[in-house]
Design a protein around this ligand. Structure first.
Ligand SMILES: [Zn+2]
Length: 565
């Protein structure tokens, strides 16, 4: 009898547990689900409870759990997958690029001048005009008064005599300034090149307006000096608006997590507060970026792992050793093909990078180093190797890993270094890579996605927004086709990824790159319900259809954050 009671009580307890636990908040059914799990299983439905995936199964199994309170979404066969994880972008940069002039889509210098002209009309004298995204290699026509492929400042200076103008190159590694900006920065004929930078000058030794790599500092400092005269409160308010814009942009594009390649201490504090106040709609993972001296005493206080409902983490340090290929800033082992005897720029002293590596190691943070040229990659791999990173499971990352000496491809595997790359950089840069590197280096080591993957190296995909657009669909297309959208130009297609490899680089591999694969990156019971629904099947649609794909629904932590009209 005693046992019967016991069994009865147990049954009652079980029953009540089950009632509470079976309360699922949302069901998506009738879907084509890509899970990004290692062994892909076939599911057509999933249930969400709270911020997690409760379970997955057939339509019937999942719909059985429905209660009066459950929100039910019929996917009508659409493609459901884990939210995209942007693997390398600049979050506040994305936000401010949505506030300021943006030239990413402009195909001539004249079009850019036109935009500035209308901005000048509304500006107060002395107010700086700021924009970004120009790229001389993307222009269809040569600018008037051109110097090489670059325009000179004269027309711009005439258009804007009373407003200093600073226009950041699409790569972020050079800028264009007008006469007044140069004057305020104290730049003249006599100003020489700083270490790791170059001021372009004409035949009369006059600066033409283009400043590469470290030479940007003078103009940037003048701009900062101007900002410091502005109302601090207004600037901070503008920053928050930018962050809000960046979040909306992510949700619209199905990006549920964003790996932020370099935030300042002030920004990190604000992100923590935003996450604590439940104002972070996406999940942000930031790398702190400062000099060694600025970080050495208090780095531990900025190490922050997602206790804010997994909406904010900072457990990585960002630094860089070179610039970008377009501006001859990538640091190469052999000279440039189109700039004899020039090896590129080493923008941060290797000793400084070593100090930062030690800081990362001592504080259990990941080291993320920007390296584009083969020399830059070699130097960083040497540092990574010296820490025995593979054995210790440190997951240190090379950001971009763009041009590799074939011998170093193997070293990624041997050191356990992760390659954080940008599929769309390959197609964007395609018109000038062979010009800069020559055919052989371009073929064997430029954007060597497949070669790295075949070695078993983890590749994280991203866009480097605002260097490129945030759009994961375009980036996915570039990764799987290595074909330019505008003119069909291809770039060593043997290095393209399969659809599935590309999806993994944008989901589970990116999660792994942040030590977050246990909570996100794939659709699995118990993981965060960060889910998107698309109107095309990215595994089976045609290449052209990829570009027509729209994000219909973005769910973060079980909550619908974006729904297409
Ligand atoms: Zn970047």
């Amino acid at each position: 009898m005693k046992y019967v009671y016991l069994a009865l009580i147990t049954l009652v307890i079980l029953q009540s547990c089950q009632d509470a636990s079976e309360q699922v908040d949302m069901i998506i059914h009738n879907a084509t689900i890509y899970t990004a799990q290692a062994q892909d299983s076939i599911y057509t439905a999933l249930a969400i409870r709270g911020d997690r995936i409760w379970n997955m199964g057939t339509n019937e199994e999942i719909l059985n759990q429905k209660t009066a309170e459950t929100k039910v979404i019929d996917a009508n066969g659409r493609f459901v997958m884990p939210g995209f994880i942007e693997g390398h972008g600049h979050f506040s940069g994305l936000g401010s690029s949505l506030q300021e002039l943006n030239f990413l889509k402009d195909t001539s210098w004249a079009a850019i001048l036109h935009k500035i002209q209308s901005k000048v009309k509304d500006a107060e004298p002395g107010e700086w005009i700021y924009g970004r995204g120009w790229h001389q290699e993307k222009w269809h026509e040569q600018p008037e008064n051109a110097y090489g492929t670059y325009p000179t400042h004269h027309t711009l200076s005439e258009i804007s005599p009373d407003n200093p103008v600073m226009l950041i190159h699409a790569s972020g590694h050079s800028l264009f300034a007008n006469k007044l900006a140069m004057k305020q920065a104290g730049i003249s004929k006599e100003t020489g090149d700083p270490d790791g930078g170059h001021i372009l000058k004409d035949a009369q030794n006059e600066p033409i307006g283009v400043f590469e790599e470290r030479a940007m500092q003078g103009i940037k400092a003048a701009y900062q000096a101007h900002l410091s005269t502005l109302n601090e409160e207004e600037l901070v308010a503008k920053w928050y608006t930018a962050i809000d814009l960046a979040q909306q942009e992510c949700l619209k594009h199905g990006v549920t997590s964003f790996q932020d390649a370099g935030a300042s201490k002030a920004e990190l504090r604000r992100y923590v507060k935003l996450a604590e106040d439940n104002k972070m709609d996406i999940r942000l993972w930031s790398m702190i970026r400062h000099s060694y001296d600025e970080m050495k005493d208090d780095i531990a206080t900025y190490r922050y792992i997602g206790t804010t409902h997994n909406h904010f983490t900072c457990a990585a340090i960002k630094t860089e050793v070179d610039g970008a290929l377009g501006a001859h800033g990538a640091w190469l082992l052999e000279p440039y093909n189109d700039k004899p005897e020039f090896y590129g720029q080493n923008t941060t002293d290797i000793d400084e990078v070593k100090r930062i590596a030690k800081l990362a190691y001592d504080n259990e943070m990941q080291l993320c180093v920007h390296a584009i040229g083969d020399r830059a990659n070699k130097e960083v791999l040497d540092i990574i190797q010296s820490y025995n990173t593979k054995k210790k499971g440190l997951r240190w990352r090379i950001e971009h890993a763009q041009h590799l000496n074939p011998g170093d491809i193997m070293r990624f595997k041997n050191t356990g270094a992760l390659a954080s790359m940008q599929g769309v950089h390959c197609t964007s840069d395609a018109p000038f890579v062979v010009k800069r590197l020559g055919m052989l280096r371009a073929k064997v080591g430029a954007y060597a996605w497949k070669a790295l993957l075949q070695q078993g190296v983890t590749i994280i995909n991203g866009t480097d927004v605002p260097v490129e657009e945030l759009d994961p669909i375009k980036n996915f297309h570039a990764t799987v086709t290595r074909t330019r959208i505008d003119n069909g130009m291809t770039f060593f297609v043997e290095q393209k990824l399969t659809r599935e490899e590309a999806l993994r680089s944008y989901t589970i591999a990116a999660a792994y790159g942040a030590f977050e694969e246990d909570i996100k990156g794939s659709l699995e019971t118990g993981k965060l319900a960060d889910i998107i629904m698309l109107d095309h099947n990215l595994l089976s649609c045609s290449d052209t259809e990829i570009l027509e794909t729209a994000v219909d629904l973005t769910i973060v932590g079980g909550q619908i954050k974006y729904e297409r009209d």
